[in-house]
Write a new protein. Structure first.
Length: 220
């Protein structure tokens, strides 16, 4: 298998084998990457920021890392500029969610370019169209733990799905990224699911849930 990672036009990580798409998002990561020996000690994540919505702060999924100073945000034009600014907070969050120490992280590598993606969603603050910064990166670790469990026994991927309020993130129209958590935790949340998510969940109920539960038990 010649596995490649790219970002599609819906801001989800796509997995390709020799140029052919084999899956999208967190579910595909568990199915295709988690079982490959050469990838079992690596995490893959998507980061993003809403410059208008967050008043200059760069917010990473799960609060993993933040750029608190808007002037620092303006200086970022590449991964090399970004990493020194977020390293401390990124490693702190990863330690909190995965239990890994800084010494356990072998490397953090850029997988894709850092670029603006216009979205259709209008912010409730000023009505402006959001500009989302997307960056795919790979974190190589000495531990290949893929899945963690919250206190409420819902399944959470510590890299992609470290969110507390599922409602707000459903509005971001990225169902593939949150499909795993929706499948495992839908009974725990009182939310109105977008039609596209409902359809994805219905399809995934039969094709992904059983294999995912088996994978989860393997890495527990």
């Amino acid at each position: 298998m010649n596995l490649e990672f790219t970002l599609n036009d819906r801001n989800c990580i796509e997995y390709r084998d020799n140029g052919h798409q084999i899956g999208i998002g967190a579910v595909a990561y568990i199915k295709y990457v988690g079982n490959l020996p050469e990838y079992q000690n690596k995490f893959v994540a998507v980061t993003k920021s809403e410059r208008n919505y967050c008043s200059g702060k760069m917010i990473f999924p799960g609060g993993m890392a933040r750029v608190e100073n808007a002037q620092d945000l303006e200086k970022i034009v590449s991964w090399e500029d970004l990493y020194p600014i977020v390293k401390s907070s990124l490693l702190k969050r990863l330690k909190l969610e995965t239990g890994l120490e800084e010494k356990d992280f072998i490397s953090i590598k850029k997988l894709s370019n850092y670029y603006d993606v216009p979205t259709k969603y209008e912010t409730p603050v000023d009505g402006k169209k959001r500009i989302t910064k997307i960056l795919a990166y790979e974190i190589e670790t000495t531990n290949h733990k893929l899945i963690d469990m919250d206190d409420d026994d819902t399944v959470t991927d510590p890299i992609w799905l470290g969110f507390d309020d599922l409602k707000s993130h459903l509005n971001w129209a990225r169902p593939n990224l949150y499909l795993l958590k929706l499948l495992m935790a839908k009974e725990n949340y009182d939310v109105d699911l977008p039609e596209i998510v409902i359809k994805a969940m219905e399809k995934a109920e039969t094709s992904f849930v059983a294999p995912l539960k088996q994978n989860i038990m393997k890495v527990r």
